[in-house]
Design a protein around this ligand. Structure first.
Ligand SMILES: NC(=O)C1=CN([C@@H]2O[C@H](COP(=O)(O)OP(=O)(O)OC[C@H]3O[C@@H](n4cnc5c(N)ncnc54)[C@H](O)[C@@H]3O)[C@@H](O)[C@H]2O)C=CC1
Ligand SMILES: O=C(O)CCC(=O)C(=O)O
Length: 389
């Protein structure tokens, strides 16, 4: 029986995939797997029972990945599962920053007691005129699952799109419209574009990506959209850029106290991924990846350990080892198995950065204790006998 802890509201459509071998636990002390969305785990010590953390979503800046990697815990996310939901909200963001719909709706509410509302509307509507998207230049920073979709739909809306992503994947490059113009440096986005939208992860290198120096390069009156993470924009510098007219408006999915008191900021309460479809997609993917890891040792969409897939074991047993990416690991592991007369039927060993994973199918009975001697190898972080005949 496996125990799963949920730290946020996870869609029932996903949780339904947990069969009778699974229980949801309320305790922090006995979970095999954790499912979460935006819950901040940085202050959370993990119980040694936890083997996998599945983020039902894309961003993993709420998880202390380095620390958990050292504990042999696999952290995975659900790439692309909520991208369409975010793309649709970005389209709304583009429109909200262009047309004075929010102010207009607020104003209409104030005239509800007027006897001739329709006459008043026609008289006052000129106050709420805006601009069109067609023909404007959009800079997309980050061309991953979301950035690609946003770029492509902006092309359909008649915008001129400039894309910046020095680390673009082959898959994203294939998905990107050939009408998107490639930009090799961020400054060009700042100087060229009327609208800029951020779709990069929040990591050390992208913190305060939008700052005084970047705003100084921009045209007057740009529209900035942030549906990625609040920390990408320096709020003090933004305030100044709004005051001096460099930024016309800032649409963000990440409100905070500074922003709520700033003019020309449209605050949305982190709704990017909040559609039934996206919540279902993310939850189903997170649950199925969790099950595959716990039941078969397969790693899918991990951000800290290498992806590793050997299907369901057809052998007598399967052993999974999370370890540091250092030399002579396989030699030491296989000699322990040989000493116990255990024959290896199939094996996969992969690495990602400082960490590696070895999945071994054996066609002899695992009678003795293999876990302890393998665990004793320097650099081994976790050993699991997943299947034992
Ligand atoms: N508002 C919301 O509810 C949501 C927000 N997000 C945020 O959006 C971010 C992007 O999501 P996805 O597109 O799904 O992720 P993704 O991983 O598919 O794409 C991220 C892209 O950013 C690029 N990148 C990384 N560093 C960069 C840099 N310094 N400059 C330019 N490009 C850089 C990567 O090469 C990659 O192509 C997530 O990390 C998350 O923080 C994601 C989903 C929902
Ligand atoms: O689960 C959510 O609503 C947050 C989505 C998000 O920010 C992400 O996937 O990075």
């Amino acid at each position: 029986m496996y125990k799963i802890r949920t730290l946020d509201n996870i869609s029932q459509d996903g949780l339904k995939l947990l069969n009778s071998n699974y229980n949801i636990t309320e305790s922090d002390n006995d979970a095999d797997g954790i499912l979460l969305r935006s819950f901040k785990m940085h202050d959370m010590d993990l119980s040694p029972s936890v083997k996998i953390i599945a983020r039902a979503g894309a961003g993993v800046n709420n998880i202390p990945i380095e620390r958990y990697s050292e504990e042999g815990v696999v952290v995975c996310n659900t790439p692309g599962a909520n991208a369409n939901a975010v793309k649709e909200l970005v389209v709304l963001g583009l429109l909200l920053s262009s047309r004075r719909v929010v102010e207009g709706i607020k104003w209409v509410r104030t005239v509800k007691d007027d006897k001739d509302v329709s006459k008043l509307v026609e008289k006052e509507k000129s106050k709420f005129a805006g601009q069109e998207l067609t023909g404007k230049k959009l800079g997309v920073i980050g061309l991953g699952a979301i950035g690609v979709m946003v770029s492509n739909i902006a092309i359909s809306l008649g915008m001129e799109v400039y894309g910046y992503d020095p680390f673009i994947s082959i898959e994203s490059a294939w998905g990107l419209s050939c009408d998107v113009q490639r930009v090799l440096n961020l400054d060009q986005i700042m100087t060229e574009c009327d609208y800029i939208t951020l779709h990069v992860p929040l990591i050390e290198q992208t913190k305060n990506l939008m700052n005084k120096e970047k705003f100084a390069l921009s045209k007057n009156g740009i529209r900035l959209l942030n549906f990625a993470r609040g920390g990408l924009v320096n709020h003090n510098d933004l305030k100044e850029a709004i005051q001096n007219g460099q930024v016309h408006s800032y649409v963000t999915d990440f409100p905070d106290c500074d922003l709520l008191n700033m003019d020309n900021v449209i605050n949305i309460p982190h709704l990017g991924a909040s559609t039934y479809e996206s919540e279902e997609n993310c939850a189903k993917m997170a649950v199925s990846q969790t099950r595959d890891y716990l039941e078969n040792g397969n790693i899918i969409n991990s951000v800290n350990y290498p992806d590793c897939f050997m299907g369901m074991s057809q052998s007598k047993g399967r052993i999974a080892i999370n370890h540091k990416n250092i030399p002579n690991m396989l030699g030491q592991i296989s000699s322990i198995l040989a000493n116990q007369n255990i024959n290896i039927a199939d094996m996969l060993n992969k690495s990602k950065g400082d960490y590696a994973y070895t999945l071994i199918d054996v066609d002899s009975d695992i009678n003795g204790n293999v876990t302890e001697p393998i665990k004793a190898i320097e650099g081994v972080l976790r050993v699991r006998v997943i299947k034992k005949d």
